[in-house]
Write a protein that binds this ligand. Structure first.
Ligand code: HEC
Ligand code: HEC
Length: 638
C-alpha cells in the first residue's frame, strides 16, 4: 500500500515537474501581467477609488474603508484616462493610441454601455458640472473632443496647442482649462543672436458656450505638464510641470540650476488680465533636494491643500494654499518692476519661479515606498497615490509629519522584465540615479522622446546648445548626438549618467535602460488616413523618392538616414565653426518639433522654405509650394 502510493506520488511528481516546466516556458514568452496604475478618481461619495490600470487594461475598484480592491472592470484596452460623470454613475474611460476611443462604463453593472472613437491617444478630460458635456484631450491630434452627454455624441473638435493631457472646468461650467503637455516654440533664431528665446507650454482656455479658445503662456521653461486641478471654489488652478532652465549648461546641476519642479498657478477670477490670470510658478524642490518629475495633482475637498505626486523621487508634497497665496500677495506685481530689474529690496512675483525657499514652512514632503508615483487623490487626510511600476497604491496620512505609508497591492508583486526595469530607471531621479534628485532621463526625454528644448550638454564643448533628441531607433543609426561625437546611443546612456545626472553609471541599470531604449517603436502618425498615407502624402512620397530631388541620398528608407554626417549649410554662430551634422532619421518626425540641431524651425515646411536645406546637391529649390506641401505631408506621415 505504502509502496503503491509512493510510486503514485513519484508519477505525480514527474507530471507536476513537466507541467511546471511548460508553465514556466509559457510564462517566459508572455509579457508579464502588469497593472500600471496611471489615473485615479474617487467616487462621488468618496468611499471608493477607481484606478485605471494602463497595462492591466482594467479598472480596479478600491474600497477606502477596507483598503482592499473589491472589484475589477475589464476594458480590453489600455486606459489612459478616467472621468466620472456629474451624477457619479458613469465612468468615461479613454484608451488606445491611433484611433483611440472613449468607453462609457455603467458603474452599477460594471458593463460598457457605449464606445466612441475620439482621436489619437486620448488622455484625460472633464465633465461639466451640469453633466451635459464631456471634453476629452486627444494628445497627438492636439485637439479636444466635445461630446454631448448622456448620448456620448461628438459635437466638435476644438484645437489645443500641443499634446493636450488633462483639463478642469470652472464650477459655473463656463470655462474649461486644458493643459498642453509640450511647448511648441522655436529654440533658436539663427538670423538674430540677440533674440530672446521663450519656450514654454500653454494652457488652452475653452469658452464652453462658444467653443472659442484663448491661450495662457506659462513661464519660460515650463514643460512636461502632467497634472491639473482646480480648488472646489473654482478660484485657483494648479498645474504640475518640469521647469527647465535650458539656458544654463547642464554642468550647473546643483541647486536647481538645470531642471526644477514647478506648480503653475492660475487665478480664474483674473481671466480678463493680460496673461489670462496666470499668477506665478512655485517650486516644489528644496535648495539641495530636487523633487523631480511631478505628475498628478489634486486639491483637498476643503480646498486648503494641494497635493502632488512626485514620480522621480517617490514622494507626495502637500502645500498650504492659503499661506502660499498670502505670501504671493505680499509681493510686488511685475508691472512695477521697471526695466525688469529687481531693486534687491523688493521681491516681484516673477522672482518666485527662481526661489527654491519660497515654500519653506508652507509645504511638506512625504516619502513613499515603490516606484512611479503618478496619479493621486485625497480623501479626508489621506492621500492615495498609484505607483505605476510597483502595481500598488500608497496611502499616507498627510496630517501627521513623517507618517508611514500603507501599501495596498493591486495584484501580485510584478516581475519586471529588463525593458520594464529600464523604463522605471528612466523615470527615476532618486538617490543613486541623480545628484540631489533634480531630474532623470525622462525629464528631458519624456516617453523616450524629447522635451522640445535646446540644452547645452558637455558632449561637444560648452556654449553650443543642441535640440534634445528623440531616442526612437537611435540604436539603429549610430553615431549618436547631432555632432556624432558618441559612437553609439549606449555610450550616451553611460555618459548621460556621468555628465547630466552626475551619478556614477551603474552598469546593470544602464543595461536595462539600453533594453528600454531599444524597445521604443514609433507611433502611427496622426496624419495617416485610416492608417494609410493620404493622397497628398502619396504625392509627397514620389517627390521624396525622386533621385533628382535628392532626399533619399542622405535619408534612405527604412531608417531615413545614411548614418553619416553632412554639411547642409545649417551651422549657426554658436557652432564654433562646426559644419557637419549627423543625418537624423525622419521617422516620427510629426512628433519631434522643433527641427534641426538647434531647434530653429517649428514648422516642418520651414526646413525647406527658410533653410532650403542649403547647398545639398539636388533639386529642392525648384520645388513649387504645392510640391513642398505634399513633401511635408509625407514627412509628417512617417
Ligand atoms: C538636461 C536634459 C537631458 C537629460 C536629463 C538627458 N538628456 Fe539625453 N539628450 C539631451 C539632448 C539635448 C540631446 C541631444 C544632444 C546632442 O545631440 O548633442 C540628448 C541626446 C541623447 C541621446 C542620443 C540620441 C541620438 O539619436 O543621437 C541619447 C541616447 C540620450 N540622450 C540618452 C539619455 C539618457 C540615457 C539619459 C539619462 C541618463 C539622458 N539622455 C538624460 C538632453 C538630456
Ligand atoms: C546631403 C545630405 C542631405 C540631403 C540631400 C537631405 N538632407 Fe535632410 N538632413 C541632413 C542633415 C545632415 C540634417 C541635420 C542638419 C542639422 O541639424 O543642422 C538634416 C535634417 C533634416 C530634417 C530635420 C530633421 C529633424 O529631426 O530636425 C528634415 C525634415 C530633413 N532633413 C528632410 C530632408 C528632405 C525632405 C530632403 C530632400 C528634400 C533632405 N532632407 C535632403 C542631410 C541631408
Amino acid at each position: 500500500m505504502y509502496k503503491h502510493s509512493f510510486k503514485h506520488s513519484a508519477i505525480l511528481f514527474v507530471l507536476l515537474a513537466i507541467s511546471s516546466f511548460l508553465q514556466f516556458h509559457a510564462f517566459a514568452e508572455e509579457v508579464p501581467a502588469y497593472k500600471g496604475p496611471l489615473v485615479m478618481v474617487k467616487s462621488k461619495d468618496a468611499t471608493k477609488i477607481y484606478i485605471a490600470n494602463h497595462d492591466g487594461k482594467e479598472i480596479s475598484i478600491l474600497d477606502v474603508n477596507t483598503d482592499k480592491v473589491v472589484g475589477t472592470i475589464p476594458l480590453g484596452k489600455k486606459p489612459n484616462g478616467i472621468i466620472l460623470s456629474a451624477d457619479g454613475k458613469t465612468l468615461y474611460v479613454t484608451s488606445g493610441g491611433y484611433g483611440g476611443v472613449v468607453q462609457a462604463i455603467d458603474l452599477s453593472s460594471g458593463k460598457k454601455i457605449a464606445e466612441v472613437e475620439t482621436g489619437h491617444t486620448p488622455t484625460d478630460g472633464v465633465v461639466t458640472p451640469d453633466g451635459k458635456k464631456l471634453y476629452v484631450c486627444n494628445r497627438f491630434n492636439a485637439d479636444v473632443s466635445e461630446f454631448d452627454l448622456p448620448e456620448l455624441k461628438l459635437v466638435r473638435k476644438i484645437k489645443a496647442v500641443r499634446e493636450p493631457r488633462g483639463a478642469v472646468v470652472t464650477p459655473d461650467g463656463k470655462k474649461v482649462y486644458v493643459i498642453n503637455g509640450t511647448p511648441n516654440d522655436v529654440n533658436n533664431v539663427p538670423e538674430n543672436e540677440n533674440a530672446q528665446i521663450i519656450v514654454s507650454s500653454l494652457v488652452t482656455v475653452i469658452d464652453v458656450p462658444s467653443g472659442t479658445t484663448t491661450n495662457i503662456r506659462l513661464p519660460n521653461g515650463s514643460g512636461s505638464l502632467h497634472g491639473v486641478t482646480i480648488t472646489p471654489d473654482g478660484r485657483y488652478i494648479f498645474i504640475t510641470e518640469v521647469l527647465a532652465r535650458f539656458q544654463i549648461p547642464t554642468t550647473h546641476l546643483e541647486r536647481g540650476w538645470v531642471n526644477t519642479s514647478g506648480v503653475s498657478i492660475i487665478d480664474t477670477t483674473k481671466s480678463n488680465e493680460p496673461n489670462g490670470g496666470f499668477l506665478t510658478t512655485v517650486l516644489l524642490d528644496d535648495v539641495y533636494q530636487g523633487a523631480a518629475n511631478p505628475w498628478g495633482i489634486t486639491t483637498s475637498s476643503d480646498g486648503k491643500l494641494f497635493c502632488a505626486a512626485i514620480a522621480g523621487t517617490s514622494e507626495v508634497i502637500t502645500v498650504d494654499v492659503d499661506k502660499m497665496i498670502a505670501k504671493i500677495n505680499t509681493l510686488k506685481p511685475d508691472s512695477e518692476n521697471v526695466g525688469g530689474w529687481s531693486t534687491g529690496k523688493t521681491t516681484y512675483i516673477s522672482d518666485v519661479t527662481n526661489d527654491l525657499a519660497f515654500l519653506v514652512d508652507i509645504k511638506k514632503r512625504f516619502k513613499l515606498e515603490g516606484k512611479g508615483a503618478r496619479p493621486v487623490v485625497m480623501i479626508g487626510n489621506n492621500a492615495y497615490v498609484g505607483m505605476y511600476f510597483s502595481d500598488t497604491v500608497q496611502k499616507i496620512d498627510i496630517s501627521v509629519a513623517r507618517s508611514k505609508p500603507v501599501d495596498i497591492p493591486l495584484g501580485s508583486k510584478p516581475v519586471l522584465t529588463a525593458v520594464r526595469r529600464g523604463e522605471m530607471h528612466w523615470n527615476d531621479a532618486s538617490a543613486g540615479f541623480c545628484f540631489q534628485s533634480w531630474h532623470s532621463c525622462a525629464s528631458c526625454h519624456p516617453d523616450g522622446r524629447m522635451d522640445a528644448y535646446n540644452w547645452d550638454l558637455l558632449n561637444d564643448g560648452m556654449g553650443n546648445p543642441k535640440n534634445a533628441k528623440s531616442l526612437v531607433w537611435c540604436q539603429k543609426s549610430p553615431p549618436a548626438m547631432w555632432t556624432g561625437v558618441r559612437a553609439t546611443s549606449e555610450v550616451c546612456t553611460r555618459t548621460g549618467f556621468q555628465y547630466i545626472l552626475f551619478a556614477p553609471p551603474n552598469e546593470a541599470v544602464c543595461k536595462d535602460i539600453d533594453e528600454y531604449v531599444h524597445s521604443l517603436e514609433p507611433e502611427l502618425s496622426p496624419y495617416l488616413v485610416n492608417g494609410k498615407l493620404s493622397a497628398k502624402a502619396e504625392r509627397g512620397k514620389k517627390i521624396f523618392e525622386d533621385k533628382k530631388v535628392g532626399c533619399v541620398t542622405c535619408h534612405p528608407a527604412p531608417l531615413f538616414t545614411d548614418k553619416k554626417l553632412h554639411d547642409v549649410n545649417s551651422k549657426v554662430y554658436f557652432d564654433h565653426g562646426k559644419t557637419d551634422f549627423d543625418t537624423p532619421t525622419l521617422v516620427e518626425i510629426w512628433r519631434t518639433a522643433p527641427y534641426m540641431h538647434d531647434g530653429r524651425y517649428n514648422d516642418l515646411k520651414d526646413v525647406f522654405k527658410k533653410g532650403k536645406h542649403g547647398d545639398v546637391e539636388g533639386d529642392i529649390e525648384s520645388l513649387t509650394d504645392q510640391q513642398l506641401d505634399d513633401l511635408v505631408e509625407y514627412l509628417l506621415s512617417l
